[in-house]
Write a protein that binds this ligand. Structure first.
Ligand SMILES: Nc1nc2c(ncn2[C@@H]2O[C@H](COP(=O)(O)OP(=O)(O)O)[C@@H](O)[C@H]2O)c(=O)[nH]1
Ligand SMILES: [Mg+2]
Length: 344
């Protein structure tokens, strides 16, 4: 059985088959790649929700409470929820204090919930690509909502936020996060802002600071295309007629919400905002636009990788050595070195 993936089992929602598939995909093994190919046509249905913020802000606690609420039979239609914790210190992995683990017991024992934490920083050439691949498997396996918890720090976290349809940014009072957040451009990626630990005396200050900087930065005015191309691209992406934004679409104004995740306070509003945002994206045609932009980018990256490895196979090693030597002697600039190596 080693190195095989039971695609039918994954599609039928069998947990062991799913766990196995995720491991193969995470390891980027040949079986994992085949599984991704076979599952691709079943993907594209799930609502992907990124939950990001500083360590300790309460992301895992919030994800836990959101999942409990969505899974509660009184909460409308029954939705299956998957959680991907990119944070290795996540309590979902067991590396947490007892109180937090006890609070997560309900969802751990729920058949309609699947929890996966990422074991590594990714073999697929980056954490964002690995996360994207795992999410695709869970999407194909029929989870309606996929919550992706990441530590909001660097570029790769911003990339993961871009993977999501909806990004929830979690802040906690008294951590100087409001200023950090503005610096990191985190407000620009937020569709929903949550001030967790509202039981803290400084919570209202943080609420005010966030609302003010939100007003100032007007993230609602950042178009989806700008968000997607926020990062500098090494190459001009392939263009497509499908990736044109409707300029008449309305802007989403990110709500600022207060929660006490340990107590389950304010969670209804967060879940309602996530659902509203999903509906907003669909109504505005932005759901499909984001999907197209994501697929375009994935294609772009694969093409670049394929061209690079093809070139690597063909190039003469002695040519590389001589060009490097010329660079070292400052006779050839890096830019001209690349041009020289690419010319036949
Ligand atoms: N007082 C208080 N503590 C909280 C709240 N939410 C989470 N915590 C605690 O803060 C710590 C970090 O929470 P966690 O969800 O692991 O944060 P993460 O690192 O962002 O995932 C844990 O000990 C939680 O019990 C809250 O609303 N109020
Ligand atoms: Mg966490």
């Amino acid at each position: 059985m080693r190195g095989t993936v039971d695609v039918q089992g994954v599609l039928a929602g069998e947990r062991r088959a799913l766990a196995r598939a995720l491991t193969e995909v995470e390891n980027d093994s040949p079986a994992g790649r085949d599984a991704l190919d076979a599952l691709f046509r079943y993907s594209g249905q799930a609502h992907l929700v990124g939950v990001t913020g500083s360590p300790g802000a309460g992301k895992s606690s919030l994800v836990n409470q959101m999942t409990r609420l969505i899974r509660n039979p009184s909460h409308g239609e029954s939705k299956k929820v998957a959680i991907v914790a990119v944070d290795p210190s996540s309590p979902f992995t067991g590396g947490a204090i007892l109180g937090d683990r006890i609070r997560m017991r309900d969802i751990v024992n729920d058949d309609g919930v699947f929890i996966r934490s990422m074991a590594s920083r990714g073999h697929l050439g980056g954490i964002a690509r690995t996360t994207s691949a795992l999410v695709r498997v869970l999407d194909a396996a029929g989870f309606d909502l996929i919550l992706i918890e990441t530590v909001g720090a660097g570029q790769s976290e911003v990339d993961i936020a871009r993977l999501a349809h909806t990004t929830v940014v979690v802040e906690a009072p008294g951590m100087g996060d409001d200023i950090q957040a503005i610096k990191a451009g985190i407000l620009e990626i937020a569709d929903i802002l949550v001030v967790n630990k509202a039981d803290h005396p400084l919570a209202d200050n943080t609420m005010r600071a966030l609302s003010a900087s939100l007003e100032f930065s007007r993230p609602g005015q950042v178009s989806s295309i700008e968000r997607f191309h926020h990062r500098e691209l090494a190459f001009e992406p392939v263009k497509s007629e499908m990736i044109k934004e409707n300029d008449r679409h309305e802007h989403w104004i990110p709500p600022v919400l207060k929660t006490v995740s340990t107590e389950g306070v304010g969670i209804e509003e967060v879940v309602a905002s996530v659902e509203n945002h999903g509906k907003f994206l669909r109504d505005q045609g932005q759901w499909q636009f984001r999907d197209a932009a994501r697929l375009q980018e994935e294609l772009n990256e694969l093409l670049i990788a394929a061209f690079a490895s093809e070139w690597r196979r063909k190039v003469d090693q002695s040519k590389i050595e001589s060009v490097l030597k010329e660079m070292l002697e400052r006779k050839l600039s890096p830019q001209n070195a690349a041009i020289k190596l690419l010319s036949p």
